[in-house]
Structure formats: structure tokens, C-alpha cells
Design a binder for this molecule. Structure first.
Ligand code: UD1
Length: 434
């Protein structure tokens, strides 16, 4: 398993380019299931979840070309034949967003079989709202041997009011509704930019959708969708992570190819802490002198402060002069980075959904463990200002969602390198091959 070795102390200076949004690319790839014509997606990030999705679609019979180059990160997906409309446990357990295929598969094939995700490092994360919504569109749902099986000869338009705001739930049902017979009204929808980006792709494919990006979405179902070409929006969480990294290290960083309009909550919070931020239409410049005022954070659905930025913000809060209270409202059990930050010298007390962070405490390098994608990012940020050399284990979590993070950080002055397994594979390779 790869590890990162990071030596802290350097301010981040220069320019870093943001990749396409993983959380927009995943539903866009699932949307290709809705048509037998090719769908071409550009600005695909080179991260492990994309590769998992490629394998998932290929296992169903799709042809997926995935190419990365200097100018284009592009995939062409052709779902002319879908012989196995199924997402196996093996894939779903490594990437919960695999459940995004449920809606499009039942809409296109009349049947879908998707493994239940089971427990997950950041809380229970059920998919009951996806299931309830599909039932509202006329699907019959059974659960067999740990799999959800959804069937419908043709889905029917319906009225869905989400009990709770869910991002992938909104996307999954949007993809089901576009091929349903008649009109669907969805209320209490997620307003994340990734939902609007998916809708933009679906409209290019021939869907009839109004209101995506607001809490009420209206869909008029069509009989068939066609191919399309679409460019994925920039990753607002990756951008936010580099912005906080620049602030934390006392850097001067230009974060380009992003959409600052999607980053308002993070930028305003940083301004509250005293960091200077300037932006134009496609880039953000962060100028930091390293001293921060404390500021409380409540995670909320978009356009509120994203839960996916909470861990990174906590690293910053450890360096503020005073107490910041961070309240996690979206997921239970999403504070696993806190104990690792404490091991690096932070003063953090947990009270249920609240973390009380008392700064400023110097951070010192330690061996720490990445527990999930965003928790790992917060450890990288802490290591960038820690005294000494931090070793972060299990960086495969970070590879799920950050494209070449070590190269990008090195490009702006971060001292970070990746090392392979400390103990080579010999012990696990069968003798006959060894
Ligand atoms: C998506 C993002 C993830 C982000 C999260 C919240 C993707 C691929 N992932 O995850 O990065 O952290 O939004 O912004 O886009 N819930 C239910 N029942 C359901 C579905 C969700 O109770 O059927 C609950 C969840 O447990 C959670 C809350 O609703 O407490 C929000 O989860 P949701 O928005 O669905 O998260 P994801 O779409 O899985």
C-alpha cells in the first residue's frame, strides 16, 4: 500500500490547475447507460473512482474508452448492448456511488440488480430514498441476497418529495425519470452544481428537464435518448482543498480552471478567518500570511459549507488563534481525521456531531492513517505545516478522488513524495510464481 511522506514548512506558491469534478463525472458516466449511442465526456479526472466506474460499466457490456493526455481527459462510452444490468458487491463495496446505475438501468433495461452498499467509513449511508423514489415511478423492488432488484416494464412519471436531501439520490431518480412515461415532479432535491451538470448532459442527450440546480425539478419523459458530448465541470472540492492548503501554509497560490461561483461558502469562511482571497470567473488567488482568526463551521447541503470540505477546514482551525466549533450535519461519524490531527498535536474535543478545535497548537510530524477520502486530504494539509516528516498510510483513499495530488503539490513547493510498500509482495506471492 502506498504512503505519502511529507515534510512541512513550505508555503505553497505559484499556480495549480484544477481537474474535472469526480462527483459530476460519476453520474455522467452512469447517464451513458440511458442510450445506445456513444456519449463523450471531457475533463474526466484521472482518479480511481473513475476507473472503478469504467470497470462497472464494462462488466455490464458497455464499451468504455478512457484516455488521459495533456489536453484532454476524455472517455467515450458506448452502451449499445447491456447484457448484465448488474452492479456486483465487489464493485459497490469499493465505491458507494455505484448505486447511481440503479435508476438508469431500470429505465433502459426494465431491470436492475445492484448490491446494497452496506456500512461505510463515514456512517450508515443507506439508499432507502433511491428505492422509495423508484417505487414512486412504478418500479417493483425486491431485495435478494444483499442485492436490490428493481423491475419496471416502463417507468411512469410520478411525484417524489425527498424525505431528506440526497445528492446521488436526486441524480439517480433524475436519470430514471428522463425515460419514464409522462411527467415527474421532484421536490426537496439536492441543489449541488453536480446535479445541474448531470441535467445539462441529459438535456444534450434529448431529455426534457426544468429546474435542475434548484430544489424542484420537473421532467417530461421521452421515449429515447441519443448520444452527446459534454465537458465536466471543475472539481469544487479539489479547488477548495488547494485553497485551504495555500491559506494554511501562508502561501500565495493561483488556483485555476475552477468555478469560484461554486466555492462561495468556502471563500467567505476563509475571509472570516482573515485570509485574503481574490477571484475572477475561472480562478482564485489566495494570499495568506499565516495568522488566522477562529470561525465556526456548520456543514450543510449546497450552497452551504460542504461536508466534503469539513476535514480540510479542521486542519486550518487547528492553526487559528482561538476556538472554532465545527458541526457536521450531513453524515454521522465523519470526524475520523480528528483523532489523527490530535496525534499531530491538535487540541480537539468531540461532542457528538460537534468538534471543538482550540488553536493555535503547533503540529508535529507523526505516522498517521488515512481513513476516508476527505479525511486523508486533511492529514496532507496538516502535514504541510507540521514540524518534521509525516508519513500518511493508506493513501489509496486519496487516490479515489484527487488527481496526482503529490505532483500538483510539488509543483507549487510542497515537499511530498509517494513511497510503495515497505515490505515487498514476496510474502503474498504464491511460491510457484515467486
Ligand atoms: C454525495 C457525494 C459525497 C458528499 C455527499 C454530501 C457523490 C458521488 N458523492 O454522496 O461526496 O459527501 O453527497 O454532500 O456525489 N441518505 C439517506 N438515504 C438515502 C440517501 C442518503 O438517509 O437513500 C442520507 C445519508 O446517509 C446522509 C444524507 O442523506 O446522511 C446525505 O447523503 P447523500 O447526499 O445521499 O450523499 P451521497 O449522494 O452518497
Amino acid at each position: 500500500m502506498d504512503k505519502f511522506v511529507i515534510r512541512g514548512g513550505n508555503p505553497l506558491l505559484g499556480t495549480v490547475r484544477i481537474s474535472g469534478a469526480k462527483n459530476a463525472a460519476l453520474p455522467a458516466m452512469a447517464a451513458a447507460l440511458l442510450t445506445d449511442e456513444p456519449v463523450i465526456l471531457e475533463n474526466i479526472p484521472q482518479v480511481r473512482d473513475i476507473e472503478t466506474t469504467r470497470r462497472l460499466l464494462a462488466s455490464m457490456g458497455a464499451e468504455v474508452e478512457l484516455g488521459y493526455g495533456r489536453a484532454h481527459h476524455r472517455t467515450t462510452i458506448s452502451c449499445a448492448k447491456l447484457e448484465h444490468p448488474e452492479a456486483t458487491y465487489e464493485l459497490v463495496k469499493t465505491m458507494r456511488a455505484s448505486t447511481l446505475v440503479l435508476g438508469p438501468l431500470v429505465a433502459r433495461c426494465g431491470v436492475a440488480k445492484v448490491s446494497l452498499p452496506g456500512g461505510c467509513a463515514i456512517g450508515a449511508r443507506p439508499i432507502d430514498l433511491h428505492i422509495k423514489g423508484l417505487e414512486r415511478l412504478g418500479a417493483t423492488i425486491t431485495t435478494e441476497h444483499g442485492y436490490v432488484v428493481a423491475r419496471a416494464e416502463r417507468l411512469q412519471g410520478g411525484h417524489i418529495v425527498f424525505d431528506k436531501i440526497t445528492v446521488t439520490g436526486t441524480e439517480d431518480l433524475l436519470m430514471a425519470a428522463v425515460l419514464a412515461d409522462g411527467e415527474t415532479l421532484m421536490e426537496n432535491c439536492a441543489r449541488e452544481p453536480e446535479v445541474a451538470d448531470l441535467a445539462a448532459l441529459l438535456v444534450k442527450m434529448g431529455a426534457n428537464i426544468e429546474g435542475a440546480g434548484t430544489s424542484t425539478i420537473r421532467v417530461r419523459g421521452v421515449a429515447k435518448l441519443g448520444g452527446a458530448r459534454h465537458r465536466i465541470i471543475p472539481d469544487r472540492i479539489e479547488a477548495g482543498t488547494y485553497i485551504i492548503a495555500a491559506a494554511l501554509t501562508g502561501g500565495d497560490l493561483n488556483v485555476t480552471d475552477c468555478n469560484p461561483a461554486h466555492l462561495t461558502a468556502v471563500l467567505q469562511k476563509l475571509e472570516e478567518t482573515g485570509v485574503k482571497v481574490r477571484h475572477n470567473a475561472e480562478s482564485v488567488r489566495v494570499m495568506s500570511e499565516g495568522g488566522f482568526k477562529p470561525a465556526d463551521v456548520n456543514t450543510e447541503e449546497y450552497p452551504g459549507f460542504a461536508t466534503d470540505m469539513q476535514a480540510q477546514y479542521m486542519a486550518l482551525a487547528t492553526q487559528a488563534d482561538g476556538t472554532s466549533i465545527i458541526t457536521e450535519n450531513i453524515f454521522e461519524n465523519r470526524f475520523m481525521h480528528a483523532q489523527e490531527l490530535v496525534r499531530m498535536g491538535a487540541n480537539i474535543r468531540m461532542e457528538g456531531r460537534r468538534a471543538i478545535v482550540r488553536g493555535k497548537t503547533p503540529l508535529s510530524a507523526a505516522a498517521v492513517l488515512a481513513s476516508d477520502l476527505r479525511a486523508s486530504a486533511s492529514l496532507v494539509l496538516a502535514a504541510l505545516v507540521a514540524d518534521g516528516e509525516t508519513i500518511i498510510d493508506r493513501v489509496y483513499h486519496i487516490d479515489r478522488g484527487y488527481e496526482r495530488i503529490e505532483e500538483k503539490l510539488r509543483g507549487v513547493g510542497g515537499e511530498i513524495r509517494r513511497i510503495g510498500e515497505m515490505f515487498p509482495k514476496r510474502a503474498t506471492v504464491p511460491a510457484a510464481q515467486g
